[in-house]
Write a protein that binds this ligand. Sequence first.
Ligand SMILES: [Zn+2]
Length: 438
Amino acid sequence: MIFANIKLLDENFKVLENMFLQTREDKIAYIGTTMPEKTSADEEVYDGKGKFLMNGFYNTHCHVPMTILRGYGEGLSLQDWLFTKIFPFEAKLTPEDVYWTTKLGAMELISSGCAGISDMYFHIESEAKALDESGIKANICNGVTSFDPNEDLAGNRGWNETWSLLDSVKNGKFSSRIKVDMGLHAEYTNNERVAKLIAEGAKNADLGIHAHLSETAKEQAECAERHNGQTPAQFMKAAGVMDCPAQFAHCVYVTEEDEEILKKAGSFLIHNPSSNLKLGSGIAPVKRWVEKGLKVCIGTDGASSNNNLDMMEEIHIAALLCRGATKDANAVSAADIVKMATVNGALAQGRKDCGAVKVGNKADIIVFDLMKPNLQPDFDTLANVVFSAQSSDIVMNMIDGRVVYRDGNFAFINKEEVYREVNERLSRILKELAADQK
Ligand SMILES: [Zn+2]
């Protein structure tokens, strides 16, 4: 496809006018100020007048299948919400339920400009199938939990699902867009032995690790009690988790010492502002992270604690929150935020071949319609994207050179079928839960 006369955001975060960009197979083949030669007679020339093109987003912390739980168990603190509402509901989910609710989540991710997702859940083979079919990139893990002091992981569901999905990926069951990470749910859902085994397993198999870290004040305090004054970051480091490429979600309560540990390890800190606000967890010190040169990326978290998977909304809140919390209108620039959601996100997912609009990179491209009341005048396009644009302004999402979404339509997902399946499955689960109460 050739995008003609389009405004675009280049790899240096510069907005360039009247540009031409050509994709060939899964890559960006040409960027320039003149029309490239068509490679075939039927190659589409997309009229880019009044449009803005940039790299798609990488949502680096989510639980996509939790989309079926949107609005369920409102008004509880993280720990009450997990143990009294979420875990009993999740026990009812079948692999087919996970497949359909993942498709619903994929629709939201794709229409809000996501090229990739890092996800932690269970029944991950079904999840991988749904995400792969929808056309999005995904790093999938099962966040291992274990409350057994003698756990050796042999019978651990999360652990076994991880290896089984890795086998499927290696055997070519899925496209190269699907990757497997090792999941360690959190310090508070595992003991030291398990954390060590997980880190060792990830290291031996050359996998990245995805974990929750320092999400709440309670987690921070209880970790110190359990582990001789250690912070969750110190616990992770001691277990060897940071010897692997690691992505840590939330990090609201990391200390300045923890930040040094994370920086030295080269770990990624995932900012989840909506979820941190909604669950009353707190505000992460993002300005400090940026100033210290930590690797920050952005994630929506699941639909039950956000309540949407809209990356446009997430970058908007991330920018506002950081400035409001620090009383500094310069705390983060629009470019800082876009970098977190694009380049840094791709790197956190171990994808060095995408994340910026540049020749040779995979074509992960989103297009905004600038002829919208909220995007005119177009004085500062990047500021418009971060502070004013809505996901409904996105008219195209291309991932690895394939158009997966255009003008409200999904190339590989049947919307009506997904809405019907998810709602029928929700009714069944609620009935089962009601029966358990009797
Ligand atoms: Zn999470």
